[in-house]
Design a protein. Sequence first.
Lengths: 175, 274
Amino acid sequence: MFKKFRKKSPWILHYNAGSCNGCDIEILACLSPKYDLERFGVINTGNPKQSDIFLVTGPVTMRSRERLVELYTQMPEPKVVIAVGSCTCTGGVFRDMYNVEDGIDRYIPVDVYIPGCAASPELIIDGVVKALDILEKKTKEREKPFRLFKDFTLKDGIVSRRESALRIGDDDAKD
Amino acid sequence: MIEIILILLAPFVGGLLYGFERIVRARMQNRQGPPLLQPFYDMFKLMDKQALMIHPYHTLLGILHFLTLWIVVALVICGANLLYIVFLHLFSSLLLVVAGYSVRSIYSHLGANRELLSIVAYEPLLIALSVAFFILYGSFDIEVIRENKSALLELFPLFLAFLLLLPIKLKKSPFDAAEAHQEIVGGVEIEYSGIFFEFLYMAKWLEYIFVYLLLFLFAGDSLLMASILGVIVFLGINLVDNATARVRIDHLLAIVMGIGLTLAVLNLIGLSYV
Ligand code: SF4
């Protein structure tokens, strides 16, 4: 019944997974007077528990990947993920570097890819509008990230960072 | 009869006010701004979201915060005792603070700390306001205040102090450190989601209604003056909100306690001895 209101009030969570900040500046430009994303009801919340759209920039550095997955699991359904910028989609200029994973879709399911280095504000707005169509069709079934950082058998697939932290840099894992 | 309708409509009027304010703020920044009904769209969307609960008491405290605030607004509309209203409002804010402390998120704790500090800052002003009305009219009843003519001239220093209080209650810069959307991600609101956040969201609208109803007390029985005051304060608050940066919580305390309380005490002394 309330499905059509999803489209009218998308709240955005913006996360920088190690980007060069080029795309972050473009996202902020979208919210500025010239492009004014707020006229679609968009709010940049910064709180995963209250947001619908996950805007990620950056190629996922080793340091940021647990946070990425954690933020993703904290968002309530229905939610969509938008990868902003070439490096978020494929690795872009950072591809095959030793300290990055190539793109966020190794870890979490992505709904909209926005190419461009840096992606222009027009493209980002197009991407958000596209994501809203997808958001309207989604069910409330729980989506899971592809990879987590533990061999868990937990049903909901959520694990706290404190527990998983030791496992990540395999060599100096303490257990 | 009219009171009951007003009381039932209070959250909706608050929502409209909030939506209108977002448009005004956007226009001040030369933007188009969201539609007027945006807060209600947000509300319906939040109902549709999956709700994550931390623990039942946390959610219950959030809902109680909303309900008590609604009772406060109802009492103001009915013209009850101002002192009771101020303390019931304090109770309602404290429920939120307790909710903030009841979860493990540090942002929630920080937000609750700041909320408490801002209560320390503005609560004496509210009490001074009721005492001033008592000195003037010999009664705490809002009904009596509404029957007399405007006391704006006698209470002018207190009115200035009240203007300092407004941004704290409406969570506007420069005095929005308690909520601080970027640094502490909304403070006490952080762990609420879905339909439970909805209650806090609506409580915010009720807070608008409460604060503006208190403002109208300065206008006494004159409706014209109430509307003029309302419009001027509404525009002024938004202008200040757009033009200033957030101050730190200790500065907030220093400014509001220093300037506001001095003005309020001077006014009280003036009222009783001059
Ligand atoms: S896509 Fe290019 S501009 Fe955008 S974050 Fe990546 S490297 Fe920076």
